[in-house]
Design a protein around this ligand. Structure first.
Ligand code: DLL
Length: 432
């Protein structure tokens, strides 16, 4: 019941609790060396915000700030109050560490359980978490939510596809958490075993942790005969459990009693009105151990202004269009990998994996899109393949305004990672 009530908070209740919680979080944050300085600079260390309109006066926090204050500069409590640390999934540069108290973990599990409840998971479900455990928050974060909801929770972890399939079958799993690119790979392993993924007992898939298009979601739904719900989060804001699709699968509700939500113009920092595309900025409203204020996620999205037909008033964001740092400039045109995926997924012959290679062509940057073709279309008829290649090129040109090189490759020939997919490979000399 508590889970249901939290989803159904009224707008008034959300606004009231946001202001109170924002001020509590500010009070906690100034106990950390980082925010004592940062908030001190704008004179915001001991005066509560009179209204949420004043959030705008507070400085942003960036990934570089987290790196510079690594490991303990943002701690707002004594170390003995902490019970868990996670780290973000970045592979380059100084890592970032995020710390949690027991209360932080409890509220995270509650939020995660709320997401799962929203899409219809119940204690009667058998839930398999195919996320990597360890520092990645998709493991323990999702796990604790599922247990909090009361599901039988199987921590199978990433990879080892045959064992995953056996676990689903032996325990008649009804729900799964799985990274979208791995869901497609697992389906092909099941098909290779001469089986149909749709014959498994699954009814719900929670998919997230990496950018993906609605086309990929539809493929997953068709392959497994499930409803697949987009799940968004980031380590800096706990991990999964920040925003989640409801039964209408049209945008992700951000739990606004726990996160203060803004979308800004990434160039100017100006807050944009609902409906405009920009960079998502989040403030954790419930954190004790390591509050983070106005965090620039670098994820691009917009707040959907229309009310959701489900009646929940926690505002929705559109699925993530890309990251500001994923943008490629090719022949003067700005291109995001998700634009390319959207086009590819509309072409029936295109298989489940692709990679975008950036390379130097004389003095210019260019891109090559290597695309797996579905088994049944990968025929020896050169004419058919050349026709397909031309069709992909021209559809891409319509979307991204330049004509990239397109190379068709055999099914299952492109590298596959067990974690988040690496869709863009940079082959330019100075980046090799
Ligand atoms: O990926 C948390 C998570 C785990 C979310 C499991 C959902 C499920 P990080 O490793 O810190 O945390 O990576 C966060 O991944 O800023 C986005 O760029 C991207 N991302 C996460 N979920 C989505 C999504 C976890 N549903 C970064 N769609 C974020 C698009 C996503 N991008």
């Amino acid at each position: 019941m508590v889970l249901e009530a939290a989803q159904r908070l009224t707008r008034d209740a959300i606004s009231q609790c946001q202001l109170a919680r924002f001020n509590t979080v500010l009070k906690r944050a100034v106990r950390s060396p980082f925010y004592a300085d940062r908030l001190g600079e704008v004179g915001a260390t001991d005066v509560p915000l009179p209204s949420l309109d004043h959030v705008n006066d507070l400085p942003f926090t960036t990934k570089d700030d987290l790196r510079a204050s690594y490991p303990h500069g943002m701690l707002a409590v004594p170390k003995e109050h902490l019970v868990r640390m996670h780290a973000s999934s970045g592979t380059t540069g100084t890592p970032t560490a995020i710390f949690h108290t027991q209360n932080d973990l409890n509220s995270w599990a509650e939020l995660m359980a709320r997401c799962m409840h929203m899409v219809g998971l119940r204690p009667s479900d058998v839930f398999i978490n195919m996320s990597g455990y360890g520092l990645f928050t998709g493991g323990l974060g999702i796990h604790n939510g599922a247990e909090r909801l009361g599901c039988l929770t199987i921590p199978s972890g990433a990879g080892n596809s045959r064992r995953q399939i056996k676990l689903i079958e032996d325990f008649q799993a009804t729900a799964v958490h799985i990274i979208p690119s791995y869901a497609l790979h697992l389906a092909s392993v099941i098909s290779d075993m001469g089986r149909n993924p749709a014959d498994l007992s699954l009814r719900i898939a929670l998919i997230g942790a990496e950018p993906h298009t609605d086309g990929i979601r539809r493929r997953i739904e068709e392959l497994y005969g499930v409803k697949a719900y987009n799940s968004y989060g980031l380590s800096e804001m706990n991990g999964p459990g920040v925003a989640f699709e409801c039964e209408y699968q049209d945008g992700l509700h951000v739990w606004e009693d726990a996160f203060y939500l803004e979308v800004i113009n990434p160039e100017t920092g100006e807050v944009l009105p609902d409906g405009e595309l920009g960079e998502l900025v989040l403030t954790s409203l419930c954190r004790e151990g390591m509050p983070i204020i106005r965090y620039r996620t670098r994820d691009l999205t917009r707040i959907l202004p229309e009310p959701c037909p489900c009646g929940r008033v926690h505002r929705r964001i559109e699925r993530i269009a890309g990251r500001s740092d994923d943008m490629m400039i090719v022949k003067g045109v700005n291109i995001y990998p998700m634009q390319i995926e959207r086009v590819l997924m509309q072409i029936g012959e295109v298989g489940d994996n692709y990679v975008i290679e950036r390379y130097r062509d004389g003095f210019m940057d260019n891109i090559r899109v290597r695309v797996e073709v579905r088994e049944e279309f990968f025929v020896e008829d050169m004419r058919a393949l050349t026709g397909l290649q031309k069709r992909i090129s021209s559809s891409l040109r319509d979307e991204i305004l330049i004509t990239p090189k397109v190379e068709l490759v055999e099914p299952k020939s492109l590298p596959k990672s067990e974690g988040k997919a690496h869709r863009v490979v940079d082959l330019r000399e100075d980046n090799a």
